[in-house]
Ligand binder design. Structure first.
Ligand code: SF4
Ligand code: SF4
Length: 439
């Protein structure tokens, strides 16, 4: 067949890109899925509601350490805000679990459809569709149970949750929550999928407030009128939009699938794609040659300040975590009666609480400082506390009552961990009845 003049003039096809955004996204999706599984099972981040514990980066924080828990949650919030200012909705397209599982369910259903079409090509289309849907729902049911299990593991210890699941527990809060999340997950990935992003999720709306002229966008630029109206960029968009209409559409999750599509179509014609990641509507394309800080998205003073604040916040958080004591001792005087007299001695009563927030059994020994001739009466000294447990009790301190004894004596109670470690010292007062000096 003779080759037309137009075909002869056509520029040679460009080599396909080594890494497409689609492939990059799928790799990140897989890594995020592994992270989603690992966070609760390795106590990297988990809120154990029944035990009132917050697990973070291997630390077990108690609810009475609310300041650190609050600090950690605020750090995550600032991290999301900071990344949204610089990188827009890249989190939605690359890391959001809703997006990851919605896309996975659509891909699975499409593959199932293709397989059925090949395997049962002689069936009527309606019967094939019903079979595909039935198979998809049958497969989604156990997957929903598994995903709900992982999700509830963020709030209930996985081992405890597994026992409830195997016992088909529908009586406790954990069991009911698990069943409810399973149903919601099933309906979500059957009916809702990415509609969630444009209807329920507030993050897209928040992004409209956080973005500025330097925020990463997916932008269509066609000054040379190169677009051939193939609409492949529209067909591949799982959010159902045309990026050529505007880079600021609330539905756009900045996934970059339309970039790959345009590069593929125009690349075969020897042309560059018309859709790019750009820094703001009028900024340059991401990846262009420029100083590395700007390439990383740190393009103005605002972003540098946000980064410095985040770094300071993160350092503060890890210093606070590093400084926390595994064993927390609290001592308070029992002042229902100021003192007790027995024979020639006067007694003061004190209460103690020892919280062992570490992972190993611990013991604390009490001793007295700056209180001469005093005796400590306690049932056990040292007091042993199992890991994750709290011990409470009381003890008495007695002194001989002699003429000239002061009514109020300031002294210290020391609480030292057995086996070494810094001791706590608690300033206290010892009260005695008024004694008249001999004339
Ligand atoms: S894929 Fe590229 S060429 Fe095709 S319609 Fe979209 S922007 Fe135009
Ligand atoms: S317009 Fe492009 S970047 Fe935006 S959601 Fe659709 S495919 Fe993804």
């Amino acid at each position: 067949m003779p080759i037309s003049e137009a075909a002869k003039k056509r520029a040679p096809a460009l080599p396909p890109p080594r890494v497409t955004y689609h492939r990059l996204r799928k790799s990140i999706h897989f890594a995020c899925f592994l992270g989603f599984l690992a966070l609760p099972f390795f106590d990297l981040m988990r809120f154990d509601i029944p035990r009132q514990r917050f697990y973070f980066a291997g630390y077990e924080l108690w609810i009475n350490e609310f300041a650190i828990v609050f600090f950690a949650l605020m750090f995550f919030m600032f991290l999301i805000i900071g990344s949204s200012i610089a990188y827009g909705r890249v989190y939605c397209g690359y890391m959001c679990p809703q997006m990851i599982f919605s896309e996975a369910s659509i891909t699975f259903e499409n593959r199932l459809r293709r397989w059925m079409s090949k395997r049962f090509f002689d069936w009527p289309a309606a019967r094939r569709n019903v079979a595909v849907r039935a198979l998809f729902l049958a497969a989604l049911a156990p997957v929903s149970v598994f995903l709900a299990f992982v999700f509830i593991s963020y709030f209930v210890a996985p081992r405890d949750l597994l026992a409830r699941l195997l016992a088909l527990d529908l009586h406790t809060a954990g069991g009911i929550a698990g069943a409810a999340v399973t149903i919601v997950t099933f309906l979500d990935f059957t009916l809702v999928r990415q509609r969630f992003c444009t209807t329920v999720c507030p993050y897209g709306y928040l992004q409209g407030i956080l973005g500025d002229n330097n925020t990463l966008l997916v932008h269509y630029r066609d000054e040379g009128h190169q677009c051939i109206e193939c609409k492949k960029c529209v067909r591949v968009c799982h959010m159902g939009i045309d990026i050529r209409d505007s880079p600021f559409q609330i539905e756009c999750v900045h996934c970059g699938e339309c970039i790959d599509a345009c590069v593929d179509v125009l690349g075969r014609m020897g042309k560059k794609g018309l859709i790019h990641y750009t820094w703001g509507e009028h900024g340059g394309e991401a990846g262009e040659r420029e100083p590395w800080l700007r390439r990383l998205g740190l393009r103005d003073a605002k972003r540098m300040i946000v980064l410095l604040l985040l770094a300071a916040y993160g350092c503060g958080l890890f210093v606070a975590l590093g400084m926390r004591r595994a064993v927390l001792v609290q001592i308070s005087p029992e002042r229902a009666s100021l003192y007790r007299l027995e024979g020639s001695r006067v007694y003061n009563k004190f209460r103690f609480t020892i919280a062992n927030r570490g992972h190993a059994r611990s013991a604390v020994i009490f001793s007295l400082e700056q209180l001469p001739a005093a005796t400590l009466a306690i049932s056990q000294n040292p007091v042993a506390v199992e890991a994750g447990q709290t011990a409470q009790g009381e003890f008495e301190i007695s002194r001989p009552l002699a003429s000239g004894t002061q009514e109020v004596v300031h002294f210290q109670i020391a609480a030292s961990p057995v086996g070494g470690g810094p001791a706590d010292s608690f300033p206290m007062t010892f009260l005695s009845p008024e004694q008249r000096r001999p004339q």
